[in-house]
Design a protein around this ligand. Sequence first.
Ligand SMILES: *Cc1c(COP(=O)(O)O)cnc(C)c1O
Length: 495
Amino acid sequence: MNYESTRGSQLKKTGAQAIIQGIAEDKGLYVPEKIPALPVKIEEMIGKSYKEIAFEVIGAFFDDFTDEEMQRCIDGAYDSKFTASDVVELKEAGGAHFLELYHGKTAAFKDMALSILPYLMTTSLKKEGVTDKVCILTATSGDTGKAALEGFADVPGTEIVVFYPTGGVSQVQERQMITQEGANTHVFAIRGNFDDAQTGVKKIFNDDSFAEELAAGGVRLSSANSINIGRLVPQVAYYVYSYAKLVGRGVLKAGEPMNVVVPTGNFGNILAAFFAREMGVPVKKFICASNDNKVLTDFIRTGVYDIRREAREFYCTNSPSMDILISSNLERLLYILSGRDGNAVRGLMEKLDNEKVYEVSKEVREALGDFFGGFSTEKDTLDTIGKMWSENGYLMDTHTAVAYKVYQDYVKETGDTSTPTVIASTASAYKFAESVASACGIGPCKDGFEYVSALASATGVKVPYGLKDLDKKPVLHKGVVDVPQMADAVREALR
Ligand SMILES: *Cc1c(COP(=O)(O)O)cnc(C)c1O
């Protein structure tokens, strides 16, 4: 299986090379030449463990890894760091199946991929005989940063640098990052929003003279954001797993479709669901849920991606991990839906850079018919959390609540009440304790940490181990930089 760029470069890479590089030479993103078929029939997956399914799915994409290498990656990643009985949980509440992906170390779904990426990365480096140090650059809207820091902390041969938007993450999320231990970890707040952070990181990647400067010191850059294919592929596994689970529970017969609802920011998680369908998992609709930053809702409904100032503002919402206007992974979907037309995709991405708006072709727009786009306002999100808690005793975080609200809208709009639906539940409610507590009528409290304790005593839901005693940990990272100084921050980190 080789990997090719979404922007038409003819240079193909192995899985290991694509993982090490992160982003293609022509600034495109790597996609597999052909999405592999499920290596094992659904019927044979019923009853298999998460690790067994992950081994099959991830192994099918990265077939340049030996079985032994892949097994070592899987075993290192999905161990007792995950507190669920089988890595994830699939729980029924309010007429939907919640796929809880947040039982790892940092209490968000980013752990699903970022606990294995360091293993995929170090294995790739060994396979390719790379002796340079790899510096992982990461822009975060809150959850990727911490999950990447935990994954790469003290991994030999790596440095990890994280940029997060000041004031753009929750108090718990910020504290998780700035208390990170590990000699190779570096965290900076930037004055700007997530898009500024992500654009800044991409700019550093595309700066050839900076790359040469680093290379002279034996360092190369890579990414832990979902622009890295090594971050995306592990996420495909949990959609295959949930389908097998639903069949195993008799909710579905093998071959019948499910719907998937994903609270979406950078479009990585929902794209993983799309990859799962391309592998052979029956999915009827991909329901793409946004908050007030609803550029994707509008795009799915009109075929026009518009981030011009006059078209929309950027909002800081109570689901901050989705406060994003430039959804990187959409590029991969456009590439596949356009029949792998790299020139067309490059044209659209250049238009987005220069004019801040583009419109897709009629064919792509038709191909988008399997996607449903909707959004939830901050108030609707809180109401949804409160109602679910009081009626069903099920506690959702703000992002998952955005998804559930949009699912309800989908049912109203389409009348599709019968298709079993999996909702990607992306974070523990405790990461957004203040919003969730207020939604359930708890508080007021004096800060985010007090909200955590108040929410725990009122609901009896266990606080994830990674979030305990955060307020007592020493702050180890205090840097704040302007966007133009991000490259200097990387230099400082590498010194
Ligand atoms: C990152 C994140 C999302 C968005 O996921 P994408 O893959 O970027 O679309 C949603 N919810 C939470 C809690 C997240 O951390």
